[in-house]
Design a protein around this ligand. Structure first.
Ligand code: G4P
Length: 189
């Protein structure tokens, strides 16, 4: 997606060889117009899939998912990172390991919002090692709904998220793929 790639090259900031900061348009301040185009691009890439729900994880996925759900005219649902401490049978929950933060955390969604009749598109801002996306896929699986695919705004192609997702035969669409961040430069595919 050319508009997104141009924006990444213009405003993305290389923090080190594995982290790209996009706080000026995606992760903190949000460029609404770009977000609208991102949503339309996801709609195009998952056309004819009869998606009934867009699922993401808080926090940065929410804006992307809201826009995408509006473009598709379906509800949006976000997994929460705060799971009730008591045994709660009304939620689906799974564990996600974050390489960036080196911690394992629980994510959950209420059972009432995912049903076996749903056809779910998962979207997120970044794909690194794929654990967040696969955690969301796991919640969909527990509900008996169908996972139509995963849509990512920025994929870090030098990490193994794509491999893990494709090993599970899940359709993956990334709007921009970073080849590497060597020598303080953003190298896109
Ligand atoms: P993974 O899910 O693909 O395995 O990645 P990882 O655990 O390493 O990522 C943890 C968090 O960091 C995620 O956000 C992810 O979106 C974000 N992230 C990963 N790589 C980058 C990067 O290069 N740049 C930026 N800006 N973010 C990155 P999160 O912890 O869920 O935070 P948030 O959604 O609340 O912002």
């Amino acid at each position: 997606m050319k508009l997104l790639k141009d924006k990444i090259l213009k405003d993305g900031k290389v923090i080190n060889e594995s982290i790209l900061k996009v706080d000026s348009f995606l992760n903190h301040q949000i460029d609404g117009q770009l977000m609208k185009e991102i949503a339309l691009e996801f709609k195009r890439r998952f056309e004819n899939e009869n998606i009934t729900k867009v699922l993401t994880i808080e926090a940065s996925g929410i804006a992307i998912a809201v826009m995408t759900s509006m473009a598709m005219d379906v509800p949006m649902l976000f997994a929460k990172k705060k799971v009730p401490s008591t045994m709660d049978t009304s939620i689906y929950t799974t564990k996600v390991f974050s390489f960036t933060k080196n911690i394992e955390y629980d994510i959950c969604v209420a059972k009432e919002f995912l049903s076996p009749n749903d056809k779910v598109l998962v979207v997120d801002d970044f794909l690194a090692n794929g654990h967040a996306a696969l955690g969301l896929a796991n919640l969909v699986k527990q509900s008996g709904a169908e996972l139509v695919g995963i849509g990512i705004v920025v994929e870090k192609g030098f990490q193994n998220g794509r491999q893990l997702i494709e090993e599970q035969n899940i359709k993956l669409e990334s709007l921009a793929i970073i080849k590497d961040l060597k020598n303080n430069k953003i190298n896109l595919k």
